[in-house]
Design a protein around this ligand. Structure first.
Ligand SMILES: [Zn+2]
Length: 194
């Protein structure tokens, strides 16, 4: 760069100050770019337990490819069994819920707890049978007909010891399951992709 003869060349001290200012500006720019990149990064998933890849399994198994759940397609309690996946003797869930349940059950077993499913998908006839035994929800009983999450193939009823329940409370969500009915600690519903 040419300097006019009348200008004194900057002293070494001034040059050092300018350099420091430029470096500081660069550092701040870098920090803000990194900060933005970090903020845009998808939040870190909780570390999956050894051998599990729950997150990716849930994403790949998305039933929302066509944007409709089986419950939406067929109606509560009217899903054909051959659309469902068997998770145990007489126990069926919608495919995505079943895949997530498999990981949840493996986690429970690995933590040392027994996995028992007393109920999963319930047809309308099943729901009506329960309503006869336990009373309709709308009439003060505990059974829902036509509105049960069991009729959508996304819920399981699992008897859980106190310790197993605590495990579920801290781990089920990472497998997409939540305890969705207050006062029914056995009722766990796949909510991951809703
Ligand atoms: Zn239930």
């Amino acid at each position: 760069m040419m300097s006019l003869p009348s200008q004194l060349p900057p002293s070494p001290r001034v040059r050092a100050l300018r350099l420091a200012a430029v470096l500081t500006a660069l550092a701040m720019l870098t920090a803000s770019v990194l900060g933005i990149a970090y903020a845009l990064k998808p939040s870190a998933e909780p570390a999956p337990e050894a051998g599990f890849a729950a997150g990716s399994a849930l994403r790949h198994g998305s039933s929302s490819a066509e944007g409709k759940s089986l419950g939406d397609t067929y109606g509560n309690g009217k899903i054909p069994l051959d659309e469902l996946v068997r998770i145990g003797p007489g126990r069926y869930l919608a495919p995505e819920a079943a895949a997530a349940f498999t990981l949840l059950a493996a986690g429970l077993r690995e933590a040392g707890y027994a996995v028992k499913v007393n109920s999963a998908y319930r047809s309308l006839a099943d729901q009506e049978g329960l309503a006869k035994r336990y009373g309709l929800l709308s009439e003060g009983g505990t059974a829902a007909v036509g509105t049960s999450e069991h009729g959508l193939g996304i819920s399981v009823d699992m008897p859980l010891s106190g310790e197993a329940l605590r495990w579920m409370e801290s781990h089920a969500a990472r497998h997409g399951f939540g305890n969705t009915v207050a006062g029914e600690p056995w009722h766990w519903t796949f909510v991951g992709a809703r």
